[in-house]
Design a protein around this ligand. Structure first.
Ligand SMILES: Cc1cc2nc3c(=O)[nH]c(=O)nc-3n(C[C@H](O)[C@H](O)[C@H](O)COP(=O)(O)OP(=O)(O)OC[C@H]3O[C@@H](n4cnc5c(N)ncnc54)[C@H](O)[C@@H]3O)c2cc1C
Ligand code: SF4
Length: 478
């Protein structure tokens, strides 16, 4: 299937400069460009042995009924397969594209475990739902009854939007507030276009709006509207604000030009995918073209940065990580993709400073080795004295993970309970916080995680909120 969305995406990639970017234009976009036809999807789905011990389903955070929708796909019942995927997942075509399946469903496929290569569950899920869009099977929400209760959701990422979808289906009046100029959260401004085309996210948002979900953009809670006002305005409130404080380290030279945060770099690149004018990209500050790029970090954000830099036409891209390959937090599949595209990983290295004065010229790197395990059992990296070197760089991207912002302080609500990490304390299943009528879900509750977990949390929170709202309405009527 090559839909309109994909064609637009190819156009964006064609505008990217550089030799490696030119090679990538050949169509080798790995995960999302595997051209699935009805026949290929059916062939893959038919490889499922219907083993009866659905490890895949158990390891999917949404407990998707994978064996059944594979069977339906294998036997040509695509519409039923679509209905089944949609029943447990708000955004199946998005998860099909960007779930780290090697750590979730596919990594636990019995065929994979027996050494015969996994059924490509994510690609089949994506194919089913892309086909449903193409055939017009996906329609805006039409609640059977309209209810008077209103819910305010702070944050239009996957957690907030999954909850909005569930609540609206039940007839609740839902308003989502987001400080960005577009909805989607990190699906829009974090995850790169080559993994998740922006049109795929935008058509879902459009569908929610057509179904009656109101989305108020450019509205920062704590600045444009207070949290207290929002609580007064709605019968219940859901906090789904994600985690946005970039982790950092202090080192000599770290204030130099050319050292940037991953979130700024990726947001600029994503904005260019929408065709926006982005001053800091256009003036070169957040553009890797023709530069020697060094990315610091070993998680999935670092992988997105290195692969974006390659597509922007960097002359070289190196990734520094203080542990070894086996111990990196990012997906091994992403590392393989990056290596195939020309990224060089420099394992067991950590930055200790930067050279070059006002403008960065290099990273001072110390070599590491893995020492004794810490309390969690993970080996601690130790510096190898006397083995330092300088890695030349024109652009350094710091991708060291994210922490929550201090909402207690920013929103003036010291009474909301938070954990030591500043994530919001909420019940693991109902997602209820310490404040009456306030729920939390997604990264702001569990810490930096995955889209699929945010969707699950949002759906669970919506269910609990519905119970609460029904109880409150019944009590008011008594
Ligand atoms: C670079 C990057 C790549 C990633 N790649 C993947 C991947 O491939 N697969 C995967 O599964 N996961 C990936 N993730 C993780 C995933 O994106 C997150 O776990 C997920 O988006 C969390 O969803 P959320 O709804 O909790 O928060 P978010 O998606 O972060 O959305 C939160 C929203 O709240 C808004 N907001 C915040 N504060 C306020 C406020 N005060 N007022 C109003 N609005 C506010 C923000 O603008 C944002 O739109 C990636 C993350 C990053 C950073
Ligand atoms: S939602 Fe993610 S983990 Fe679950 S089946 Fe789909 S791709 Fe696999």
């Amino acid at each position: 299937m090559v839909g309109e969305a994909m064609l637009k995406f190819v156009t964006v990639e064609k505008d990217m400069p550089g030799k490696r970017a030119a090679e990538l234009r050949g169509g080798d976009f790995g995960e999302i460009y595997s051209a699935y036809s009805d026949q290929k999807a059916a062939e893959q789905a038919g490889r499922c042995s219907q083993c009866g011990v659905p490890y895949c389903q158990n390891h999917c955070p949404l407990h998707n009924n994978i064996p059944d929708w594979l069977l339906m796909t294998a036997t040509g019942r695509l519409r039923e397969a679509h209905e089944l995927t949609q029943a447990t997942n708000t955004f199946p075509e998005i998860c099909g594209r960007i779930c780290p399946q090697d750590r979730l469903c596919e990594g636990n496929c019995v065929i994979e475990l027996s050494g015969h290569g996994t059924v490509t569950i994510g690609s089949v899920e994506k194919y089913i739902t892309d086909t449903a869009w193409e055939k017009g099977w996906i329609k805006p929400i039409k609640p059977a009854v309209e209810r008077s209760e209103t819910v305010g959701i702070i944050g239009a990422g996957p957690g907030g939007l999954a909850a909005a979808d569930m609540l609206r289906r039940a007839g609740i009046q839902v308003t989502v507030y987001d400080r960005h100029d577009r909805a989607g959260g990190l699906m829009t401004y974090g995850i790169p276009n080559f993994k998740l085309e922006k049109e795929v996210v935008m058509r879902r948002i459009d569908l929610l709006q057509k179904g009656g979900v109101e989305i108020v953009l450019n509205c920062e809670v704590g600045a444009d509207i207070s949290f207290a006002d929002l609580r007064a305005r709605h019968d219940a409130v859901l906090i789904a604000t994600g985690v946005y404080k970039s982790n950092d380290f202090k080192a000599p030279g770290s204030g130099a030009d050319g050292i940037v945060r991953a979130i700024d770099y990726l947001t600029a690149s994503n904005r260019k995918s929408f065709g926006d004018a982005v001053e800091e990209f256009d003036n070169g500050k957040l553009n890797a073209s023709e530069k020697r790029v060094v990315v610091i970090g070993g998680g999935d954000t670092a992988m997105d940065c290195v692969r974006t830099a390659i597509r922007q036409g960097a002359t070289s891209v190196k990734c520094l990580y203080r542990r070894d390959r086996a111990n990196m937090p990012g997906s091994q599949r992403e590392v393989r993709n990056a290596e195939e595209e020309g990224v060089e990983f420099v394992w067991l290295t950590a930055p200790k400073g930067f050279t070059g004065g006002d403008k960065v010229a290099g990273v001072m790197v110390q070599r590491m080795r893995l020492g004794a395990p810490d309390a969690s059992g993970r080996q601690t990296p130790e510096v190898i004295e006397g083995a330092d070197f300088v890695e030349p760089a024109d652009l350094v991207i710091k991708a060291l993970g994210f922490s929550p912002e201090d909402l207690q302080e920013l929103w003036g609500v010291p009474e909301i309970e938070v954990t030591d990490w500043k994530t919001i304390k909420a019940h693991y299943l109902s997602h209820e916080t310490s404040l009456e009528g306030v729920w939390a879900c997604g990264d702001i509750q569990r810490g930096a995680s995955l889209v699929v977990w945010a969707i699950r949390d949002g759906r669970e929170a919506a269910e609990a909120m519905l119970t609460y709202l029904s109880g409150a309405t019944a009590m008011a009527a008594e």
